[in-house]
Design a protein around this ligand. Structure first.
Ligand code: ADP
Length: 392
């Protein structure tokens, strides 16, 4: 036992002169509290036994003074053995620090990957939005021609019929019938062109909304009030379409949500779209689900998160599959039948929430259980984005 050994274990010098039996040392260890609250005789006997049986130990031991000691034994030819004690406290501490640093680095890398993914999605949506608006711009003029000429042709046809009517008396009955049928078909075709032209016009207008510049004003707005107004709007529209429609509302408005800077006109559009989609989905589950005890529910929650505010819109409708969720914000993606959906609602909403208001748009859903959309808005839109808020 050299002096370094005594120092490692905090033994006063000269305490164990050469020849001291092992159990005396173990008893000293017990008495100063190394073994804690145990039966001393049994513990010392057990430790002595370990030396007898195995002769050799390789262990790591933490001593009460906080050191970590690596203990190794090497047998000797004469039957005894040499025990080496190595102070590895610093190595263990460094290893601990390294592990923590590695965990921190891994967490940061994970966050970075997520942020990068979010950015890629944002960029993709932005360019798709611009593309959509660009196409709409190109379509607007030819579509105007179609609509205007359809209308004009209807008027010309009426004039033609008025001009011809004195002459039609001279036609024989078969020719007259053919004539009337032709005029009828032309009228009906022109009505169809006008009707579908109007529909196309509506789609083009929604597409153009992607690049609509600065129409809405930024205003400090009471969030819960804006939600309530948008809900009333969407609900009345749904009831106007279907008198039977019913849904129960659960409102969990956080009074601390308060006011925040936003473009109420645009944000209301986002909310109305979310509510309309939710109504459609609960109605679909009610109609197609075949569940007698199904009760449509819409839960709206606002949460104050200090520098941010969250809006959650949760419906217990048909929900969405993973492939649908993946394409949700892509322009023109719709699962609704032709004529019922354009697939522009959510892509435009994404544009408004993420690009215009610098917020987040998240979604989670389980098919035939629920769909939940979460909008997170900053209370103060970062100044860097002020100049970018909508190009004229
Ligand atoms: P549209 O309503 O014209 O289809 P949106 O962009 O608003 O366009 O929605 C795209 C698609 O997202 C919908 O066709 C539907 O499949 C899905 N969707 C949106 N909201 C919900 C919801 N609350 N529950 C289930 N599916 C939804």
């Amino acid at each position: 036992m050299n002096s370094e050994f005594l120092r490692l274990f905090d033994y006063p010098p000269g305490l164990f002169p050469p020849g001291t039996p092992m159990d005396v040392m173990l008893r000293y260890n017990y008495e100063r509290g190394d073994f804690g609250d145990v039966d001393p005789d049994a513990t010392i006997a057990m430790l002595m036994k370990r030396f007898e049986v195995r002769g050799v130990i390789n262990a790591e031991r933490r001593v009460p003074n906080g050191r970590v000691i690596d203990i190794r034994t090497a047998p000797r030819a004469d039957g005894g053995f040499v025990v080496t004690h190595l102070d590895i406290t610093d190595r263990i501490r460094i290893e601990d620090e390294l592990r923590q640093a590695k965990e921190r680095a891994e967490a940061a890398a994970r966050e970075l990957r997520e942020a990068q993914q979010q950015l890629v999605v944002q960029e993709k949506m932005a360019s798709l939005g611009q593309l959509t608006a660009g196409i709409a711009h190109e379509l607007k003029n030819p579509l105007n021609f179609v609509n205007n000429f359809a209308e004009l042709s209807g008027e010309l046809l009426d004039e033609l019929c008025a001009l011809i009517s004195p002459l039609s008396a001279q036609l024989d009955p078969d020719q007259k019938a053919d004539f009337d049928e032709l005029v009828g078909s032309l009228h009906s075709n022109l009505r169809k062109i006008a009707e579908h032209g109007r529909r196309a016009d509506g789609i083009v207008k929604s597409m153009l909304a992607h690049s609509r510049g600065g129409s809405g004003e930024w205003r400090n707005t009471e969030l819960n009030v804006l939600i309530e107004e948008s809900l009333a709007l969407a609900y009345h529209a749904a009831r106007a379409q279907d008198r039977e429609f019913n849904v129960s509302f659960n409102r969990h408005y956080d009074p601390a949500a308060g006011t925040l800077d936003l473009v109420p006109q645009d944000m209301s559009r986002v909310l109305v779209n979310l509510f309309t989609n939710a109504f459609y989905s609960v109605r679909r589950r009610q109609r197609d689900g075949g569940e007698n005890d199904y009760r449509p529910q819409l839960t709206i929650t606002t949460i104050d998160c200090n520098d941010k505010v969250q809006i959650k819109v949760h419906d217990n409708g048909a929900g969405m599959s993973k492939p649908v969720i993946d394409k949700l914000f892509t322009p023109f993606f719709t699962t609704k039948p032709t004529g019922e959906g354009t697939g522009l609602g959510l892509s435009l909403s994404y544009d408004i929430v993420v690009h215009q208001h610098r917020g987040r748009f998240d979604v989670s859903s389980v098919e035939n259980e629920y769909a939940e959309f979460t909008i997170t808005l900053p209370r103060v839109v970062p100044p860097v984005s002020l100049g970018e808020r909508r190009k004229p």
